[in-house]
Design a protein around this ligand. Structure first.
Ligand SMILES: [Zn+2]
Length: 420
Protein backbone atom coordinates (compact mmCIF):
# COMPACT_ATOMS: atom_id res chain seq x y z
CA UNK A 1 0.00 0.00 0.00
CA UNK A 2 1.11 3.48 -0.68
CA UNK A 3 0.29 6.80 0.71
CA UNK A 4 0.69 9.75 -1.55
CA UNK A 5 0.24 13.28 -0.49
CA UNK A 6 -0.07 16.30 -2.54
CA UNK A 7 2.11 18.94 -1.10
CA UNK A 8 0.14 22.10 -0.76
CA UNK A 9 1.04 25.05 -2.91
CA UNK A 10 3.72 23.33 -4.75
CA UNK A 11 3.22 21.46 -7.96
CA UNK A 12 5.84 19.04 -6.74
CA UNK A 13 4.10 15.80 -6.15
CA UNK A 14 5.65 13.15 -4.04
CA UNK A 15 6.56 9.97 -5.80
CA UNK A 16 4.49 7.07 -4.79
CA UNK A 17 6.59 4.81 -2.75
CA UNK A 18 5.80 1.62 -1.01
CA UNK A 19 4.78 2.34 2.50
CA UNK A 20 6.40 -0.14 4.81
CA UNK A 21 4.46 1.07 7.73
CA UNK A 22 3.12 4.27 9.17
CA UNK A 23 5.34 6.15 11.55
CA UNK A 24 2.96 5.21 14.34
CA UNK A 25 2.37 1.52 14.99
CA UNK A 26 -1.18 0.16 14.65
CA UNK A 27 -1.10 -0.82 18.30
CA UNK A 28 -0.25 2.71 19.40
CA UNK A 29 -2.88 4.22 17.11
CA UNK A 30 -5.46 1.83 18.49
CA UNK A 31 -4.56 2.79 22.02
CA UNK A 32 -4.88 6.48 21.14
CA UNK A 33 -8.29 5.94 19.63
CA UNK A 34 -9.47 3.90 22.61
CA UNK A 35 -8.25 6.40 25.12
CA UNK A 36 -8.59 9.80 23.51
CA UNK A 37 -11.18 9.76 20.76
CA UNK A 38 -14.74 10.50 21.64
CA UNK A 39 -16.79 11.82 18.78
CA UNK A 40 -19.99 13.32 20.20
CA UNK A 41 -23.27 11.59 19.47
CA UNK A 42 -25.56 13.13 16.88
CA UNK A 43 -27.88 14.35 19.64
CA UNK A 44 -24.98 16.06 21.38
CA UNK A 45 -23.91 17.57 18.07
CA UNK A 46 -27.41 18.88 17.44
CA UNK A 47 -27.49 20.62 20.79
CA UNK A 48 -24.09 22.13 20.16
CA UNK A 49 -25.10 23.23 16.66
CA UNK A 50 -28.02 25.21 18.07
CA UNK A 51 -25.75 26.78 20.61
CA UNK A 52 -23.10 27.69 18.06
CA UNK A 53 -25.64 29.16 15.64
CA UNK A 54 -27.12 31.26 18.42
CA UNK A 55 -23.71 32.47 19.47
CA UNK A 56 -23.00 33.54 15.93
CA UNK A 57 -26.11 35.66 15.90
CA UNK A 58 -25.52 37.15 19.30
CA UNK A 59 -21.86 37.96 18.82
CA UNK A 60 -21.27 38.39 15.13
CA UNK A 61 -17.73 38.43 13.93
CA UNK A 62 -16.78 41.97 12.87
CA UNK A 63 -16.20 40.69 9.35
CA UNK A 64 -19.41 38.81 9.14
CA UNK A 65 -21.36 41.38 7.19
CA UNK A 66 -18.62 41.66 4.61
CA UNK A 67 -18.45 37.90 4.36
CA UNK A 68 -22.17 37.64 3.84
CA UNK A 69 -22.23 40.37 1.25
CA UNK A 70 -19.38 38.78 -0.64
CA UNK A 71 -21.76 35.89 -1.22
CA UNK A 72 -25.07 37.61 -1.78
CA UNK A 73 -24.39 41.20 -2.69
CA UNK A 74 -25.62 44.11 -0.65
CA UNK A 75 -29.36 43.97 -1.03
CA UNK A 76 -30.23 41.16 1.39
CA UNK A 77 -30.84 42.09 5.02
CA UNK A 78 -28.00 41.03 7.30
CA UNK A 79 -29.86 41.27 10.58
CA UNK A 80 -33.53 40.46 9.99
CA UNK A 81 -34.80 36.98 9.19
CA UNK A 82 -35.71 36.22 5.61
CA UNK A 83 -39.39 35.47 5.34
CA UNK A 84 -38.93 33.17 2.41
CA UNK A 85 -35.76 32.29 0.59
CA UNK A 86 -35.02 29.91 -2.23
CA UNK A 87 -31.38 28.96 -2.45
CA UNK A 88 -30.85 27.32 -5.83
CA UNK A 89 -34.42 26.15 -5.60
CA UNK A 90 -34.38 24.95 -1.98
CA UNK A 91 -37.15 26.76 -0.15
CA UNK A 92 -36.58 27.92 3.39
CA UNK A 93 -38.76 30.15 5.52
CA UNK A 94 -38.06 32.59 8.32
CA UNK A 95 -34.38 31.88 7.95
CA UNK A 96 -31.78 34.06 9.55
CA UNK A 97 -28.91 35.24 7.38
CA UNK A 98 -26.30 33.36 9.43
CA UNK A 99 -27.93 30.07 8.62
CA UNK A 100 -28.26 31.04 4.99
CA UNK A 101 -24.57 31.73 4.76
CA UNK A 102 -23.60 28.44 6.37
CA UNK A 103 -25.85 26.41 4.09
CA UNK A 104 -24.64 28.16 0.99
CA UNK A 105 -21.01 27.51 1.88
CA UNK A 106 -21.71 23.82 2.39
CA UNK A 107 -23.40 23.52 -0.97
CA UNK A 108 -20.75 24.92 -3.24
CA UNK A 109 -17.20 24.13 -4.14
CA UNK A 110 -14.55 24.91 -1.64
CA UNK A 111 -12.61 27.25 -3.85
CA UNK A 112 -15.83 29.08 -4.54
CA UNK A 113 -16.67 29.33 -0.89
CA UNK A 114 -13.39 31.10 -0.40
CA UNK A 115 -12.18 33.99 -2.46
CA UNK A 116 -13.42 33.12 -5.90
CA UNK A 117 -17.07 33.24 -5.22
CA UNK A 118 -17.56 36.88 -5.86
CA UNK A 119 -16.10 36.97 -9.33
CA UNK A 120 -16.90 33.53 -10.56
CA UNK A 121 -20.19 32.53 -9.06
CA UNK A 122 -22.37 35.57 -9.37
CA UNK A 123 -25.81 35.23 -7.92
CA UNK A 124 -28.96 35.97 -9.71
CA UNK A 125 -31.23 37.39 -7.14
CA UNK A 126 -34.84 38.38 -7.35
CA UNK A 127 -37.21 39.52 -4.65
CA UNK A 128 -40.92 39.08 -5.14
CA UNK A 129 -43.33 39.93 -2.33
CA UNK A 130 -40.62 39.43 0.27
CA UNK A 131 -39.56 36.10 -1.18
CA UNK A 132 -35.93 36.03 -2.24
CA UNK A 133 -34.73 33.78 -5.00
CA UNK A 134 -31.02 33.15 -5.16
CA UNK A 135 -29.53 31.24 -8.05
CA UNK A 136 -25.79 30.67 -8.07
CA UNK A 137 -24.15 30.39 -11.43
CA UNK A 138 -20.77 30.10 -12.96
CA UNK A 139 -20.35 32.67 -15.67
CA UNK A 140 -16.63 33.13 -16.15
CA UNK A 141 -14.25 31.09 -18.23
CA UNK A 142 -12.17 30.21 -15.18
CA UNK A 143 -14.91 28.41 -13.36
CA UNK A 144 -16.23 26.95 -16.58
CA UNK A 145 -12.83 25.43 -17.17
CA UNK A 146 -13.34 23.68 -13.88
CA UNK A 147 -16.49 22.09 -15.21
CA UNK A 148 -18.73 24.11 -13.00
CA UNK A 149 -20.83 25.44 -15.80
CA UNK A 150 -24.07 23.92 -14.57
CA UNK A 151 -26.12 26.08 -12.26
CA UNK A 152 -26.33 24.81 -8.72
CA UNK A 153 -29.58 22.99 -8.11
CA UNK A 154 -30.98 22.07 -4.71
CA UNK A 155 -34.60 21.62 -5.74
CA UNK A 156 -34.55 17.88 -5.13
CA UNK A 157 -34.19 18.52 -1.40
CA UNK A 158 -37.51 20.24 -1.14
CA UNK A 159 -39.92 18.37 1.07
CA UNK A 160 -42.47 19.64 3.54
CA UNK A 161 -42.16 21.41 5.81
CA UNK A 162 -39.76 24.08 4.64
CA UNK A 163 -36.68 24.48 6.78
CA UNK A 164 -36.13 27.52 8.91
CA UNK A 165 -32.65 26.78 10.15
CA UNK A 166 -29.34 25.39 8.95
CA UNK A 167 -29.68 22.18 10.97
CA UNK A 168 -32.86 21.22 9.18
CA UNK A 169 -31.48 22.16 5.77
CA UNK A 170 -28.25 20.22 6.33
CA UNK A 171 -30.23 17.11 7.24
CA UNK A 172 -32.37 17.38 4.15
CA UNK A 173 -29.39 17.91 1.87
CA UNK A 174 -26.84 15.48 3.33
CA UNK A 175 -29.05 13.04 5.20
CA UNK A 176 -30.01 13.00 8.86
CA UNK A 177 -26.84 11.80 10.53
CA UNK A 178 -24.36 12.93 7.95
CA UNK A 179 -25.93 16.37 7.74
CA UNK A 180 -25.56 16.86 11.45
CA UNK A 181 -21.90 15.83 11.37
CA UNK A 182 -21.07 18.00 8.38
CA UNK A 183 -22.74 21.05 9.85
CA UNK A 184 -21.21 20.46 13.28
CA UNK A 185 -17.73 20.10 11.80
CA UNK A 186 -18.15 23.31 9.85
CA UNK A 187 -19.35 25.32 12.81
CA UNK A 188 -16.94 23.77 15.27
CA UNK A 189 -13.76 23.69 13.24
CA UNK A 190 -14.50 25.62 10.06
CA UNK A 191 -13.76 22.51 8.03
CA UNK A 192 -15.84 21.66 4.97
CA UNK A 193 -16.67 17.95 4.61
CA UNK A 194 -19.56 18.44 2.25
CA UNK A 195 -19.84 16.17 -0.80
CA UNK A 196 -20.39 19.36 -2.78
CA UNK A 197 -17.07 20.86 -1.78
CA UNK A 198 -15.23 19.89 -4.94
CA UNK A 199 -16.05 19.38 -8.58
CA UNK A 200 -14.52 15.89 -8.41
CA UNK A 201 -16.32 14.87 -5.24
CA UNK A 202 -18.51 11.80 -5.08
CA UNK A 203 -22.03 13.04 -4.40
CA UNK A 204 -22.63 10.40 -1.72
CA UNK A 205 -19.76 11.70 0.34
CA UNK A 206 -18.03 9.86 3.15
CA UNK A 207 -19.34 6.89 5.05
CA UNK A 208 -19.98 7.43 8.72
CA UNK A 209 -16.76 5.82 9.94
CA UNK A 210 -14.57 7.91 7.66
CA UNK A 211 -16.37 11.10 8.68
CA UNK A 212 -15.75 10.22 12.31
CA UNK A 213 -12.09 9.52 11.62
CA UNK A 214 -11.71 12.95 10.04
CA UNK A 215 -13.37 14.53 13.05
CA UNK A 216 -11.08 12.60 15.40
CA UNK A 217 -7.97 13.67 13.49
CA UNK A 218 -9.18 17.25 13.42
CA UNK A 219 -9.79 17.26 17.17
CA UNK A 220 -6.19 16.12 17.68
CA UNK A 221 -4.76 19.20 15.95
CA UNK A 222 -3.79 21.86 18.49
CA UNK A 223 -5.95 24.92 18.18
CA UNK A 224 -3.21 27.30 17.11
CA UNK A 225 -2.74 25.18 13.99
CA UNK A 226 -6.36 25.24 12.99
CA UNK A 227 -6.05 28.32 10.83
CA UNK A 228 -3.35 26.56 8.80
CA UNK A 229 -4.55 22.99 8.87
CA UNK A 230 -8.29 22.92 9.19
CA UNK A 231 -10.25 26.07 8.58
CA UNK A 232 -11.57 26.89 5.17
CA UNK A 233 -10.43 23.61 3.78
CA UNK A 234 -11.67 20.13 4.34
CA UNK A 235 -11.81 16.69 2.80
CA UNK A 236 -13.99 15.17 0.15
CA UNK A 237 -14.53 11.69 -1.17
CA UNK A 238 -13.17 11.62 -4.70
CA UNK A 239 -15.43 10.11 -7.36
CA UNK A 240 -15.48 6.37 -6.87
CA UNK A 241 -13.36 4.35 -9.22
CA UNK A 242 -11.37 7.40 -10.21
CA UNK A 243 -8.12 8.98 -9.27
CA UNK A 244 -5.72 11.59 -10.55
CA UNK A 245 -3.58 10.89 -13.58
CA UNK A 246 -0.59 12.32 -11.78
CA UNK A 247 -0.64 9.34 -9.46
CA UNK A 248 0.22 6.91 -12.20
CA UNK A 249 -1.51 3.62 -11.54
CA UNK A 250 -3.13 5.50 -8.72
CA UNK A 251 -4.99 2.56 -7.32
CA UNK A 252 -3.16 2.67 -4.06
CA UNK A 253 -3.25 6.37 -3.41
CA UNK A 254 -5.16 7.05 -0.25
CA UNK A 255 -5.54 10.78 0.11
CA UNK A 256 -3.84 14.08 -0.49
CA UNK A 257 -3.32 17.23 1.49
CA UNK A 258 -5.61 19.20 -0.79
CA UNK A 259 -8.45 17.15 0.65
CA UNK A 260 -9.12 14.43 -1.92
CA UNK A 261 -9.75 10.99 -0.45
CA UNK A 262 -9.65 8.01 -2.78
CA UNK A 263 -11.15 4.52 -2.86
CA UNK A 264 -8.30 2.83 -1.05
CA UNK A 265 -9.33 4.60 2.16
CA UNK A 266 -11.91 1.84 2.50
CA UNK A 267 -9.19 -0.73 3.14
CA UNK A 268 -8.19 0.87 6.42
CA UNK A 269 -9.36 0.50 9.97
CA UNK A 270 -10.73 3.42 11.91
CA UNK A 271 -7.51 4.11 13.77
CA UNK A 272 -5.50 3.87 10.56
CA UNK A 273 -7.81 6.43 9.03
CA UNK A 274 -7.23 8.75 11.95
CA UNK A 275 -3.53 8.38 11.23
CA UNK A 276 -3.96 9.04 7.50
CA UNK A 277 -5.96 12.23 8.03
CA UNK A 278 -3.49 13.41 10.63
CA UNK A 279 -0.70 12.91 8.11
CA UNK A 280 -2.56 15.12 5.61
CA UNK A 281 -3.34 17.72 8.24
CA UNK A 282 0.37 17.64 9.06
CA UNK A 283 1.15 18.78 5.52
CA UNK A 284 -1.17 21.73 5.99
CA UNK A 285 0.21 22.51 9.43
CA UNK A 286 3.59 23.07 7.81
CA UNK A 287 2.36 26.38 6.53
CA UNK A 288 2.93 28.99 9.21
CA UNK A 289 3.62 32.69 9.17
CA UNK A 290 3.55 32.70 5.38
CA UNK A 291 6.26 30.14 5.23
CA UNK A 292 6.48 26.45 4.43
CA UNK A 293 8.18 24.95 7.45
CA UNK A 294 8.61 21.64 5.67
CA UNK A 295 10.66 23.34 2.99
CA UNK A 296 12.66 25.56 5.30
CA UNK A 297 16.40 25.58 5.79
CA UNK A 298 15.90 24.86 9.46
CA UNK A 299 13.93 21.72 8.72
CA UNK A 300 16.51 20.57 6.22
CA UNK A 301 19.23 21.23 8.76
CA UNK A 302 17.44 19.34 11.53
CA UNK A 303 16.83 16.37 9.27
CA UNK A 304 19.83 16.17 6.96
CA UNK A 305 17.97 16.86 3.73
CA UNK A 306 20.04 18.44 0.96
CA UNK A 307 18.39 20.44 -1.79
CA UNK A 308 20.06 20.40 -5.19
CA UNK A 309 19.96 23.30 -7.61
CA UNK A 310 17.14 21.63 -9.56
CA UNK A 311 15.15 21.53 -6.28
CA UNK A 312 15.40 17.77 -6.02
CA UNK A 313 16.25 16.52 -2.56
CA UNK A 314 18.34 13.78 -1.06
CA UNK A 315 19.20 12.56 2.37
CA UNK A 316 21.93 10.04 3.05
CA UNK A 317 21.29 9.78 6.78
CA UNK A 318 21.39 6.29 8.18
CA UNK A 319 19.18 7.10 11.13
CA UNK A 320 16.42 9.41 12.24
CA UNK A 321 13.79 8.01 9.90
CA UNK A 322 10.36 7.54 11.38
CA UNK A 323 8.97 5.42 8.54
CA UNK A 324 9.88 4.15 5.11
CA UNK A 325 7.67 6.78 3.57
CA UNK A 326 9.37 9.60 5.46
CA UNK A 327 12.42 9.04 3.23
CA UNK A 328 10.46 10.21 0.18
CA UNK A 329 11.23 13.90 0.54
CA UNK A 330 11.41 16.59 3.24
CA UNK A 331 7.68 17.26 3.08
CA UNK A 332 6.66 13.65 3.58
CA UNK A 333 9.26 13.39 6.32
CA UNK A 334 7.56 16.37 7.96
CA UNK A 335 4.04 14.91 7.78
CA UNK A 336 5.21 11.54 9.10
CA UNK A 337 7.12 13.20 11.94
CA UNK A 338 4.18 15.46 12.73
CA UNK A 339 1.98 12.38 13.17
CA UNK A 340 4.52 10.59 15.32
CA UNK A 341 4.98 13.68 17.51
CA UNK A 342 1.26 13.75 18.09
CA UNK A 343 0.63 10.04 18.71
CA UNK A 344 3.90 8.54 19.93
CA UNK A 345 6.15 11.37 21.07
CA UNK A 346 8.46 9.22 23.14
CA UNK A 347 9.32 7.11 20.14
CA UNK A 348 10.10 10.21 18.11
CA UNK A 349 12.30 11.59 20.87
CA UNK A 350 14.28 8.38 20.81
CA UNK A 351 14.58 8.05 17.04
CA UNK A 352 15.32 11.69 16.27
CA UNK A 353 15.73 14.23 19.05
CA UNK A 354 16.36 16.88 16.37
CA UNK A 355 13.04 16.26 14.68
CA UNK A 356 11.28 16.18 18.03
CA UNK A 357 12.77 19.51 19.00
CA UNK A 358 11.82 21.09 15.69
CA UNK A 359 8.23 19.92 16.03
CA UNK A 360 8.03 21.09 19.61
CA UNK A 361 9.39 24.55 18.96
CA UNK A 362 8.31 25.42 15.46
CA UNK A 363 5.08 23.56 14.99
CA UNK A 364 3.48 22.74 18.32
CA UNK A 365 4.58 25.92 20.13
CA UNK A 366 5.85 24.05 23.14
CA UNK A 367 2.83 21.77 23.49
CA UNK A 368 4.04 18.25 24.27
CA UNK A 369 2.09 15.03 24.45
CA UNK A 370 4.59 12.76 26.14
CA UNK A 371 2.80 13.02 29.48
CA UNK A 372 -0.75 13.18 28.15
CA UNK A 373 -1.61 11.90 24.68
CA UNK A 374 -5.19 13.12 24.98
CA UNK A 375 -4.20 16.69 25.67
CA UNK A 376 -6.43 19.17 23.88
CA UNK A 377 -8.71 16.67 22.19
CA UNK A 378 -12.28 17.76 22.41
CA UNK A 379 -11.50 21.01 24.20
CA UNK A 380 -11.89 23.32 21.29
CA UNK A 381 -14.04 26.37 21.15
CA UNK A 382 -16.10 26.97 18.03
CA UNK A 383 -14.19 28.14 15.00
CA UNK A 384 -14.21 31.86 14.43
CA UNK A 385 -15.59 32.83 11.08
CA UNK A 386 -12.63 33.24 8.84
CA UNK A 387 -11.61 36.59 7.51
CA UNK A 388 -12.75 37.06 3.96
CA UNK A 389 -9.49 38.78 3.14
CA UNK A 390 -7.31 35.95 4.35
CA UNK A 391 -7.90 33.87 1.28
CA UNK A 392 -7.72 36.47 -1.39
CA UNK A 393 -4.03 37.29 -1.34
CA UNK A 394 -3.07 35.47 -4.47
CA UNK A 395 -4.49 33.11 -6.95
CA UNK A 396 -1.43 33.11 -9.13
CA UNK A 397 0.12 30.07 -7.55
CA UNK A 398 -1.89 27.11 -8.61
CA UNK A 399 -1.62 23.45 -8.09
CA UNK A 400 -2.44 21.60 -11.21
CA UNK A 401 -4.89 18.86 -10.84
CA UNK A 402 -4.35 16.31 -13.49
CA UNK A 403 -7.33 14.68 -15.11
CA UNK A 404 -8.82 11.66 -13.47
CA UNK A 405 -7.66 8.42 -15.06
CA UNK A 406 -11.00 7.74 -16.66
CA UNK A 407 -13.06 9.22 -18.02
CA UNK A 408 -10.70 12.00 -18.83
CA UNK A 409 -11.56 15.44 -17.70
CA UNK A 410 -9.49 18.43 -18.57
CA UNK A 411 -7.01 19.45 -15.89
CA UNK A 412 -8.42 21.97 -13.51
CA UNK A 413 -6.10 24.58 -12.14
CA UNK A 414 -7.01 24.74 -8.53
CA UNK A 415 -6.04 27.84 -6.67
CA UNK A 416 -5.09 26.93 -3.19
CA UNK A 417 -5.14 29.02 -0.09
CA UNK A 418 -3.70 32.45 -0.68
CA UNK A 419 0.03 32.58 -1.01
CA UNK A 420 0.61 28.90 -0.64
ZN1 LIG B 1 1.96 12.98 2.56
Amino acid sequence: MKILSWALFSIVVAHAQALNHFSVSPKTMNAFVQKCVSVPSNEEMKAEINQMLQERQQKPNPNWKERFQSLFGKTLPTTANLKEVQLDGLKMTNLNPYDLEVISRLTMHNDASRSLWKDEYPVEQTQVNGAVKIQRKCLTSTCQSRKLEKPFDLTSFNSAPNCSDAGCAAQKIFGKEKGTKILWAYLKYGTNLSPYSDVNADSKGFDDGTLKAILAATAAVPEHLHAAAVRDSGFYRFKKGMTLAMYGDGGSTIANAAGAVFDSIDEFSFSEKVYIFTHELGHRAAYQDNDDLDDSEEWHKATGWKVRSDKSTSNKSQKGWVSGYSKTNPREDFAEVYSLYRFDPRRLKKISPERYQFMKEKVFRGIEYDQDLCKGTGELTPAPESEPTSTTTSTTTTTLRAPPAAPTNSPSPRPWRGAR
